[in-house]
Design a protein around this ligand. Structure first.
Ligand code: HXC
Ligand code: NAP
Length: 271
């Protein structure tokens, strides 16, 4: 695979980017775009097989890659992963908190454990990553990108657990921007819209509903992992050196007309 990058090829030369959930989907797309500008990657996920396949892809783009099988719900495991990544690649310049879980479920049917699973992976897991990376980020005067979603600011049916988790992530992003600015650490969120070919779209876009949804998106298409990857490189780079505490929505305008069409589609499918 080749990446068309609009940035200088050495923008992140030799720098370490650490991505939770970096073994697939949008986060792997982000990793590829950093590899294309010279970065080395530390990636975390639970599945060893997915990590190995992702590492092969990133090495083919010229990156050094350090893989770590860990569950973001386990703080000690993340601390160990970051320490090992540092030994292999050097201190973290950019942390990307991308690990997440999602399933559509009516609020009255979500079990307490189901709600907790999503909060623990998305929100607590994001805090774990930030807390564990803090010392390295202070040293590099690095930055953090939080992967949010439209659910953080727009109610979507069957997404009560996800909306709570992603809104919490965005609020935490602003808190950390406020507290850690003094260390030179910038914090920003990206809220992607539906991204073609990803697990999120497989789980959330009802069979046969994609075309109707695309018609409601002002730019008329789903996004690509590269759309989010290029934005991530920009936000993490010196091009965005005065940006912190911002949520950047990259959804082709999908949220502008609201979540009504998606809600109709998912309700028809789930009921
Ligand atoms: C209702 C469900 C469920 C479902 C699981 N649960 N799936 N409830 N409907 N479809 C409940 C279980 O019954 C259990 O509760 C609890 O959730 C925990 O389930 P486990 O399987 O034990 O959890 P775990 O192994 O930790 O897996 C977490 C997971 C899983 C979130 C449930 O789906 C996962 O690992 N997902 C990771 C990949 C993923 O989701 N990618 C998409 C990200 S997209 P009980 O009470 O029975 O014990 C995204 C935004 C997309 O985040 C936006 C697109 C536009
Ligand atoms: P994905 O491919 O399933 O990505 C999720 C990643 O997180 C996987 O690599 C997964 O690997 C890892 N992960 C999940 N639970 C984990 C845990 N407990 N510990 C460690 N790693 C874990 O899904 P995606 O659709 O590309 O979504 C990526 C991100 O974008 C998520 O934050 C999602 O909320 C956000 N998003 C997606 C869309 C979309 O259209 N897809 C839209 C808006 C926002 P393992 O399963 O191997 O652990």
């Amino acid at each position: 695979m080749t990446i068309t990058s609009y940035f200088a090829k050495d923008l992140f030369q030799g720098q370490t980017i650490f991505i939770t959930g970096g073994s697939s989907g949008i986060n792997l797309g982000i990793a590829r775009n950093f590899a294309a500008v010279g970065a080395n990657l530390g990636i975390v996920g639970r599945s060893q097989a997915k990590l190995a396949a992702a590492a092969d892809e990133l090495r083919a783009l010229g990156a050094q890659v350090s893989t770590h099988s860990a569950d973001v719900r386990d703080y000690a495991a993340l601390e160990t992963a970051m320490a090992r990544c540092r030994e292999a690649l050097g201190p973290i310049q950019t942390l990307i908190c991308g690990a997440a879980g999602n399933f559509p479920c009516a609020a009255e049917q979500i079990s307490p454990n189901g709600f907790k699973a999503v909060i623990d992976i998305d929100l607590l897991g994001t805090f774990h990553a930030c807390r564990a990376a803090f010392a390295q980020l202070r040293e590099t005067r690095g930055n953090i990108l939080f992967i949010s979603a439209g659910q953080a600011f727009m109610p979507y049916a069957f997404q009560a657990h996800v909306g709570a988790a992603k809104a919490g992530i965005d609020q935490m992003m602003q808190n950390l921007a406020l507290e850690w600015g003094q260390f030179g650490i910038r914090c920003n969120s990206i809220a992607p819209g539906p991204i073609e070919g990803t697990e999120g779209v497989r789980r959330l876009v009802p069979e046969g509903g994609a075309d109707r949804l695309k018609k409601m998106i002002p730019l008329g298409r789903f996004g690509t992992p590269d759309d989010i990857g290029q934005l991530s490189v920009f936000l993490a780079s010196p091009l965005a050196s005065y940006m912190t505490g911002a949520r950047v929505v990259a959804d082709g305008g999908q949220n502008l007309p609201g979540s009504g069409v998606w809600t109709q589609l998912i309700m028809a499918e789930m009921q």
